[in-house]
Design a protein around this ligand. Structure first.
Ligand code: PRX
Length: 703
């Protein structure tokens, strides 16, 4: 960081205002039945047992061939877990349960329209569907082990069937969140080298069916522009035999799955026994540069890690009914809707639409009707449900034994509503901190054993040893109230293997900063740099402050400022663009764009609309900015760098700090007047920010 002095001020401010929240003990009834209720488990995962402790997770899987090395560090930091072992992820998630318990419900799908019937798929039926679709992937789409395929699917059971069918053959699936635009999908198709795209015609959201197939055409065109031809698009239909999209099917390229799947009726595709380190899937995420990073996850290590953490942290037993509201297209969906829960043979619920459709009681009605006893969602959904229906949970008769929050820091008062109102004082909460790159949880309380503390995720998860470093690799001791960069000292089985096609970037982004010897084969020399600021309290609990890189976390979705800015720059009139976060009471953060125009063009609503549209087209509606401010000039350093912290402070009504060293300090007052008076006129003035929020805004964009 070049502006260290400023950061130090922020950290000491945090120290002054750091307040410890009270503990909540795990409910005794929960502990009595918990998978992890004997403190001996902490001993089994103590640091001196590393890496062998993780064989406890691997032993939860069925292996075709047992591993001979638990952790191979010979190509550090490209770790290999359970080397020599062979297994199939689909077999573990489907076949073994279908054999033992074919009628047990694997997936419950709740369509958004309440009058539509809930669909239950047993393990036996799931096996049949997966086999038939796997046969179609192999024989109709011509896909084979090691090929990549891109999925752009909504929240429907066909997304699960597709993932598992890929896993059965060892096809590497790369699922793009359904809310991403066609162009964003196309970029990921090109990066992964997929020649097949699997999508759906449409799906329900907020009461109406959206045309999703149109994005497939955009995606294929964008991929072609980037040099990747897609030769087949397989289109699942929301209603079999009826096409929900107005977009024509391209002859010879686009095929309805339901018109061909019949040819594979009753076919059985043997699960391909895969080496433990064979890639299972790619999951793209944002970073500091515009090109998205395809986090490559392994078969054996990943599946072991999500199975073990689902068992101990989600406390999944086979007879539970587990509902995670995340989207299957994100890492949470992959790890904790599909692979972890199904590997444990439980019932996983998926819901098609928005949580408050048609009203704020919907989630609680679903929970009551289906007997959901484990609930998992994000702070954004919790804030939204609290806002639109604070008293709704009390009207329904459901019982959650445990609940999870994930994706963003949760404010203690929001946590308390979750605990008292949603959990009815009876559920243990796990606040799980982790990332796309990490495969599974890094920080959380063990729900049956460790007390909860609102706003803190808890200690490192079993076998995970976090540490907080300052910029110079000095360890920041716990309990002194100073924040720093949270790292994980050791590797773990769920860590991604590499960034697809960009191994240098994997090294640079996650390991270079704190590695002292690039030749070292000793894992102690390779702390994993998570990119989050955090504090460790006296009790060893971590409080995560948020990203320290140029990433804005909107409703739990990571958006790279560079991606937002490049999207804005596709508008021909735009000369410069800067994206900054603005604190939002529901979504945590929202994006505001600052734009300067090329000479000869004038500002106005039409130009603002063009920028918004460009962001929707390039990234998706989730990235739509709250405001687009067209300013005469951007505040810049003498070397020409846009000072994002200054405009972020303007957007959030916080002190812009010292601007005298800027090349053009005189522009700041003008921007401030323009933006803040417009916001005041709209009634859009923020509440008082917490010290941590203030620190984030005032340091935004520092490097
Ligand atoms: O900043 C942290 C925040 O979300 C980032 C990871 O985002 P993503 O890769 O999209 O994965 C989201 C689902 C795991 C982290 O770097 N984050 C995630 N969980 C928490 C969190 N911040 C605070 N508390 C959490 N529980």
């Amino acid at each position: 960081m070049t502006e260290n002095s400023e950061n130090e001020v922020s950290e000491s401010q945090i120290a002054v205002h750091w307040r410890e929240e009270e503990y909540f003990d795990p409910p005794p009834a929960f502990t009595a039945q918990a998978n992890a209720n004997d403190p001996a488990i902490l001993e089994r995962f103590s640091e001196d047992k590393f890496p062998d402790c993780f064989t406890e997770y691997a032993d939860m899987l069925a292996w075709d061939q047992k591993w001979d090395t638990v952790l191979d560090t010979s190509n550090a930091p490209f770790w290999k877990w359970f080397g020599g072992g062979k297994l199939n992820a689909c077999y573990n998630c489907v076949d073994r349960h279908a054999a033992a318990n074919p009628d047990k419900t694997a997936v419950i799908w709740v369509p958004e329209l309440e009058e539509d019937e809930t669909v239950r798929i047993s393990y036996g039926e799931l096996l049949r569907q997966v086999n038939e679709f796997a046969a179609m992937l192999r024989d109709f789409a011509g896909l084979d082990t090691g090929d990549r395929v891109t999925l752009h699917m909504p929240m429907v059971p066909q997304a699960i069937v597709t993932m598992l069918a890929c896993a059965r053959i060892g096809i590497v699936h790369s699922q793009v969140f359904g809310g991403f635009s066609g162009n964003a999908c196309g970029t990921r198709i090109a990066d992964s080298g997929s020649r097949v795209l699997i999508t759906m015609d449409g799906y329900f959201r907020a009461g109406s069916i959206t045309d999703h197939k149109v994005k497939a055409d955009e995606a294929v065109a964008e991929a072609a522009r980037q040099g990747q031809e897609v030769d087949k698009v397989l289109v699942w239909r929301r209603h079999q035999g009826e096409y929900a999209s107005a977009t024509p099917m391209a002859d010879g390229r686009d095929f309805f799955v339901d018109e061909h799947i019949g040819d594979y009726a009753g076919q059985v595709v043997e699960p391909v026994s895969q080496p433990s380190e064979a890639p299972l899937f790619l999951m793209y995420t944002s970073g500091t540069t515009g090109r998205p990073k395809g986090a490559q996850h392994s078969t054996g290590g990943y599946l072991a890690y999500v199975t073990g953490t689902s068992k101990y942290y989600q406390d999944i037993h086979p007879d539970d009914v587990y509902w995670c509201l995340a989207d299957i297209g994100w890492i949470t969906g992959h790890s904790y809707i599909v692979y972890g829960p199904l590997s444990l043979g439980t019932t996983t619920v998926i819901y098609e639409g928005v949580p408050n459709y048609p009203d704020a009681g919907r989630p609680w009605r679903i929970a009551e009707e289906l007997g959901v006893n484990i609930f998992h969602t994000s702070p954004t959904s919790i804030r939204m449900l609290r806002k639109v229906g604070p008293d709704e949970p009390a009207k329904y008769n459901y019982h959650f034994k445990t609940m999870t929050t994930v994706g963003e820091p949760i404010e203690p008062e929001v946590w308390r509503w979750y605990y008292h109102s949603v959990g009815k004082d009876k559920a243990a909460i796990t606040d799980t901190w982790w990332q796309t790159e990490t495969g599974g949880f890094l920080g959380s309380t063990l729900p049956g054993l460790q007390p909860m503390k609102p706003g803190s995720c808890g200690p490192g998860a079993l076998g995970i040893y976090p540490v907080i470093y300052d910029e110079d690799r000095n360890e920041i001791p716990k309990g002194i109230g100073r924040a720093g960069n949270i790292c994980i000292r050791n590797p773990w089985p769920g860590i991604m293997q590499t960034v697809w096609g960009q191994p240098e970037r994997f090294l640079d982004v996650y390991y270079r900063k704190y590695n002292s010897d690039p030749e070292s084969k000793d894992w102690h020399d390779w702390p994993y740099f998570a990119g989050d600021g955090a504090l460790e309290a006296d009790d060893g609990y971590f409080r995560i402050l948020g990203r320290i890189d140029d990433v804005i976390n909107v409703a739990g979705h990571r958006l790279g400022t560079k991606e937002l800015e490049s999207a804005a720059l596709t508008v021909p009139e735009v000369a410069e663009a800067a994206a900054v976060p603005v604190i939002d009471d529901i979504r945590g953060r929202m994006v505001e764009m600052y734009i300067s125009l090329k000479p000869g063009f004038s500002a106005g609503p039409e130009m603002e609309g063009k920028v918004t549209k460009a962001i929707e087209v390039e990234i998706g509606k989730i990235a739509r900015p709250k405001n687009v401010w067209i300013v005469p000039d951007m505040p810049k350093t003498r070397s020409g760098k846009i000072m994002r912290r200054v405009i972020a402070s303007v957007s959030n009504f916080t002190d812009v700090g010292d601007v005298t060293t800027l090349a053009n300090p005189e522009v700041v007052e003008g921007i401030k007047h323009q933006v803040q008076s417009a916001k005041v006129a709209r009634g859009d003035t923020p509440r008082e920010l917490s010290q941590t929020e203030l620190a984030e805004i005032q340091a935004f964009g520092n490097e």
